[in-house]
Each structure stands twice: as C-alpha cells, then as structure tokens.
Design a protein around this ligand. Structure first.
Ligand SMILES: C[S@@+](CC[C@H](N)C(=O)[O-])C[C@H]1O[C@@H](n2cnc3c(N)ncnc32)[C@H](O)[C@@H]1O
Length: 206
C-alpha cells in the first residue's frame, strides 16, 4: 500500500476509535506513573505545540508546564473528547493532518505522545525537519512512545469491536538506532527508556 493511502487509513482508524480509545489503551495507574516520569524532563515554557493530542490526556498534564498549548490532531472526534476533558482557553485545538501541517507560529516546546511510532520511516526525516522548523531558538522537543524488544516492523493491523480492520503504521524503534538517526539529522537529544516498554526523546536541535 502506498504511504499516503496508509496515512489516510490511519487517520480513519483513529476517528472511528475515538469513543473507546482511553478505556482500550490506557491502564490509568500505569499511565499516571509514565506521565509523572516522562514529564519530569519538561521545562516550563510559554508555548507548546502538542502533536497528535488525542483525547487530551497529555494536554491536561502539559498545562502544568506550558502557558499556552496548540493541540493538533486529525480527528475532530478526538478533539471533542479533549474539549469534554479540558475547558481551558489556554488550549487551542487544530484539526489537521500532521503530514500536511503548515502552522504560522513557532513554539518553545514540541511534544508528542504515542505518535512517533505512527510516523512511517519514509517520512521520518521530513517529520523531524518539521519539528525543527516549529521550534523557537533554544526550544525543546519531548517525545514519549512505546516500543518492544525485537524486529523493527513498520505496519500493523488494528480491529475495531465491530470487526472492521485497518492498516496502520507502527514503527518499533530501536533506541540506539533512533539516537544515531537523530544525531545524524543534527539533533542533540537523549533517548532513554521510561518504563519497560516506553521511551522518551528529549533535547533540541544543535
Ligand atoms: C496513538 S493516538 C495518541 C493520542 C495521544 N497523544 C495519547 O497519547 O493519548 C494517535 C493520535 O494521532 C492522531 N492521528 C493519526 N494520524 C494523524 C495525522 N496524520 N495527523 C494528525 N493526527 C493524527 C489520532 O487521531 C490519534 O488521536
């Protein structure tokens, strides 16, 4: 399948999944402890761009670190759940495809949780270039995602409760390779495990 079609299928999958997403994916206690540890790295900033903000779980926590958040997600259904969760004028929600994003502003922090693994390797370089372009001088990036030991993969199939199947992108990054790739692109980052199956990437462009 071509990458553009796969990206569209992934968008469609998450639109359908929105209503059951948190219950299905997050064990609350596990998530709280992951967020506490990962966000320890977070500086206090004026402006934050959150990519793939979903139902706003992380957005809510990011408000402890940022005076204003622009939260981007392609799913209006996810944004609607985020609005139910957080009614706060400091959050500006944008419905857009990250792979076709053209925001006029730059930010002190770019944050993304459980998103990097959904970026196809064919778009890896342009995605990181886009982050660099979105950062103010001296701005930071913080990425949190899951990975497992074993081969890298690239695709996955997900099924909704009604049986419909969707192809999505799921890149299982090896942390050493990820660090090397980012270093080669000019990023000064620390890539490290947060829990047994999650990792964070924190740093800035050289
Ligand atoms: C795995 S979820 C992560 C959501 C949130 N960060 C969290 O951790 O709860 C992935 C999110 O990416 C969004 N998404 C998928 N493809 C996208 C795209 N091309 N552009 C923007 N958002 C996208 C989905 O709608 C979904 O909310």
């Amino acid at each position: 399948m071509d990458i553009d079609a796969l990206i569209q299928e992934q968008i469609a999958f998450y639109r359908q999944l929105a209503g059951v997403y948190n219950g299905q994916v997050y064990d609350r206690e596990h998530w709280e402890s992951l967020a506490d540890t990962a966000l320890k790295l977070c500086p206090h900033v004026e402006t934050c761009l959150e990519l793939a903000s979903g139902t706003g779980l992380w957005t809510q926590r990011l408000l402890e670190y940022a005076d204003a958040i622009t939260a981007v997600d392609s799913s209006p259904e996810m944004h609607a759940l985020s609005i139910d969760r957080i009614d706060d004028p400091r959050v500006n929600r944008v419905t857009a495809d990250i792979f076709n994003l053209n925001l006029p502003d730059s930010y002190d922090l770019v944050f993304a949780a459980f998103w990097l693994s959904h970026v196809p390797m064919e778009r890896f370089e342009s995605f990181w270039f886009q982050i660099a372009k979105s950062l103010n001088p001296n701005g930071h990036v913080l990425i949190v995602d899951s990975h497992t030991a074993g081969p890298g993969g690239g695709g996955d199939t997900r099924q909704l409760t009604d049986g419909r199947e969707f192809n999505i992108i799921k890149v299982n990054h090896d942390l050493t390779e990820l660090n090397e790739r980012l270093d080669a692109l000019g990023w000064d980052v620390v890539v490290k495990p947060v829990t047994s199956n999650t990792y964070s990437v924190f740093g800035k462009i050289y």
